[in-house]
Every structure is written in C-alpha cells, then in structure tokens.
Design a protein around this ligand. Structure first.
Ligand code: SF4
Length: 117
C-alpha cells in the first residue's frame, strides 16, 4: 500500500522560525520520533512527509551516522533504514489501520548511501 503524501511547503531560509515540521517549540513530538510503537512511527513519518527540510534532514542523518529514530521520513534501526515493521505479538487475521508504515520515497541521490534492513 502506498500512502499519498501532501506536497511539502517551500522553505524560507530568511524566516526566524524553524522550518522543521517536528519543531513545535516544546519538544512535544520528540517521543514519536524515537518510539518503538508502530502508530507513533507512522505519525512521525507522516509529519516528515510535510516537512520542507526533509531531504536535508535525511542527508544530515546519514552524515551523522544516526542509528535510531525517524529522520528525514525514514526509520533508522541500528543504523539501517527499515521500510516495514510488524507490531509485537501474533499478527491479527485482518490488518488494522496503521499496520503498515507510510512509504516515504528516498531521494535518488541518497539511495546508495543507505543500508536497508
Ligand atoms: S524531516 Fe527531519 S526535521 Fe523534518 S519533521 Fe522529519 S525529523 Fe523533523
């Protein structure tokens, strides 16, 4: 299943306000980006999909060797990008909403720089 993502707003480098979609000024969203919960990870990835600095965020995560969390729309686990993840426990007979992570395409120039799990 592919999830349609809205177009990202353009980034105004002259603005004093952080353009990052995850920057709420209070750190309230941080837990979503470092959670093991599939619903949280899906929410984080959907926030990234609206972020005007998503590509540069992913470039920085790669350069910094990030090991864990959602960066630039991708889930990193032990430094590898994980595209699909199952909930803990026995899979349900019928898929539940949120069982599949949003698929955010990796920019072509970064594909070779990532290791996929
Ligand atoms: S792409 Fe990076 S800066 Fe943007 S919302 Fe995701 S984690 Fe935050």
């Amino acid at each position: 299943m592919s999830i349609e993502t809205p177009p990202r707003p353009t980034y105004d480098p002259t603005s004093p306000i952080s353009p990052a979609a995850c920057a709420d000024g209070a750190g309230q969203l941080t837990g979503l980006f470092f959670s093991d919960d599939l619903d949280d990870i899906g929410k984080a990835k959907r926030i990234c999909a609206t972020c005007p600095v998503m590509v540069s965020c992913l470039e920085t995560a790669i350069a910094d060797g990030e090991q864990w969390g959602v960066w630039g729309g991708q889930l990193f686990v032990s430094g590898k990008v994980v595209l699909t993840k199952r909930r803990r426990g026995r899979p349900p007979k019928e898929a539940r909403p949120g069982d599949q992570l949003p698929l955010i395409p990796v920019p072509e120039h970064l594909v070779d720089q990532l290791t996929f799990a």
